[in-house]
Design a protein around this ligand. Structure first.
Ligand code: ADE
Length: 240
């Protein structure tokens, strides 16, 4: 799968792909990462890419021309590219979006800086617009990296062990049960005794109970959804 980051600041992004899981995926040719800088397309003699907002308002807005030309070039090279704009004023990005987008062949992330992007470019080019949360970042680069990471790990072969996808939080209505590693006793704290006894049915029940506790505590709104679904009999049977 190919990702193109349309950004004025590719340096902010590049380092993330130099190590660990996504580097391995690039080495295995499962991922290809490209960058496109709108400044390279600016027709302004000083390669300016922003200006004050028409109609007033604080800060600078990214001009339409450099982005319009950059994205036209991208579309000319690959008509099938799925173009995503990152802005806090959009629908929230969720795990089901990550799974859905992992089936695309080419995704481009367009990151705004300053006070944002001229809306006309978004209207012309956006296949989708996402926010990664209800807070304002200094630009879309971090948001695009978050999305790229979450999408990539749903691509076949990117994670070493594909089992680790199926039991994760957000793959079911419940948050994942706590995990423990060795040693079994550490600083006078033991892992839950049930985990040590090797009775897999009991371990499953305990994990379900712990998942329910975590969900109820951290995500009460999600727990209500889980309870309702359960009551309606849609959920996989709980192990006793
Ligand atoms: N750009 C600035 N803040 C953002 C957010 N929360 N999500 C996506 N893009 C952004």
């Amino acid at each position: 799968m190919k990702f193109t980051f349309v950004t004025l600041f590719s340096n902010l992004i590049e380092g993330y792909f130099r190590d660990s899981i996504l580097k391995r995926a690039i080495d295995k040719k499962l991922l290809e990462i490209n960058y496109l800088n709108p400044r390279d397309f600016s027709t302004n003699k000083h390669f300016k890419v922003d200006d004050t907002a028409v109609g007033g308002g604080a800060g600078m807005v990214m001009n339409p021309q450099p982005l319009y030309d950059a994205l036209s070039e991208l579309k000319k090279q690959d008509e099938s590219v799925h173009v995503i704009f990152l802005t806090p004023v959009a629908k929230p990005f969720r795990q089901n979006d990550a799974k859905r987008l992992a089936t695309k062949t080419h995704v481009a992330f367009v990151s705004g800086r300053y006070e944002g992007i001229d809306e006309r470019v978004i209207e012309d080019f956006a296949d989708e617009v996402f926010s990664i949360g209800d807070y304002i970042l200094t630009g879309g680069e971090l948001a695009s990296l978050v999305m790229c990471d979450a999408i990539s790990r749903n691509i076949e072969g990117v994670l070493g062990n594909s089992d680790s996808l199926s039991v994760e939080s957000f793959e079911t209505p419940l948050l994942e049960a706590p995990s423990f590693s060795k040693p079994k006793d550490y600083r006078q704290n033991s892992v839950p005794k049930e985990y040590l006894k090797g009775n897999h049915s009991k371990i499953r029940s305990l994990k379900l109970a712990l998942s329910e506790c975590k969900t109820k505590f951290f995500r009460p709104e999600q727990f209500i959804k889980y309870n309702c679904t359960s009551a309606m009999g849609f959920l996989v049977k709980k192990t006793k």
